[in-house]
Design a protein around this ligand. Structure first.
Ligand SMILES: [Fe+2]
Length: 202
């Protein structure tokens, strides 16, 4: 484990597996932590019955949560689907909305699903060597559309914070599903434009 240090340091990230040689904290998010996130809730329950699979992992290099610092680390989304919807991260806005993030894809294939509080959306491809810039205000969720781990290095400002609640309420505007053996972007039926309440059934 890496002590938080104030002198320069290096580490490396395995290009087969994605595990960094040093980190402060290892997060694993299992299927049970994704309740309500997948559109097909029956498929979710059926898969959960087979065991609480790990969907994604994050190896964090922690830094003080202040402007000027740059927390970073490696995220690994495992391959798989819930129904026809690919394994993905919970996704979040930054609590300090006016903060950005950079991702660098090291391994695997997938997409980053993004949206603003005003309802704009964007889905960008991720493949090894691809750099993705998430501008301030854009919520982001990584989705593994391939059959191997999706491994990415990320860096964000120390004062960003995380806001998961807004996404947990109704998900992202777009879902990424398998259709005719290909990834497809479809509307999320639960999503409502800003300011409109969810229907009673949700
Ligand atoms: Fe972020």
């Amino acid at each position: 484990m890496l002590e938080m240090q104030d002198c320069p340091f290096t580490f490396s990230v395995s290009l087969s597996g994605g595990r960094p040689t040093q980190y402060d904290h290892h997060i694993t998010r299992a299927l049970s932590a994704m309740h309500g996130q997948y559109a097909d809730q029956q498929a979710y329950a059926a898969l959960l019955d087979q065991g609480d699979k790990v969907i994604y992992e994050v190896y964090e290099i922690k830094r003080p949560e202040v402007a000027g610092e740059l927390p970073h680390g490696v995220s690994i989304v495992h391959p798989g689907k819930v129904g026809n919807e690919y394994f993905m991260t919970k996704g979040h806005f930054h609590a300090e909305l006016e903060t950005a993030e950079v991702y660098y894809c090291l391994q695997g294939t997938g997409v980053m699903v993004m949206e603003t509080p005003e309802g704009e959306w964007s889905v960008q491809d991720l493949r090894p060597g691809q750099v993705l810039y998430v501008p301030p205000r854009w919520a982001h969720r990584s989705v593994n559309t391939g059959d191997e781990d999706l491994v990415m290095l990320y860096v964000y400002p120390g004062h960003s914070g995380h806001n998961y609640a807004a996404i947990e309420r109704q998900g992202f505007r777009k879902l990424v599903v398998e259709h005719n053996s290909q990834p497809a972007i479809v509307d999320n039926p639960r999503w409502r434009p800003p300011g409109q309440d969810l229907p009673e059934s949700f």
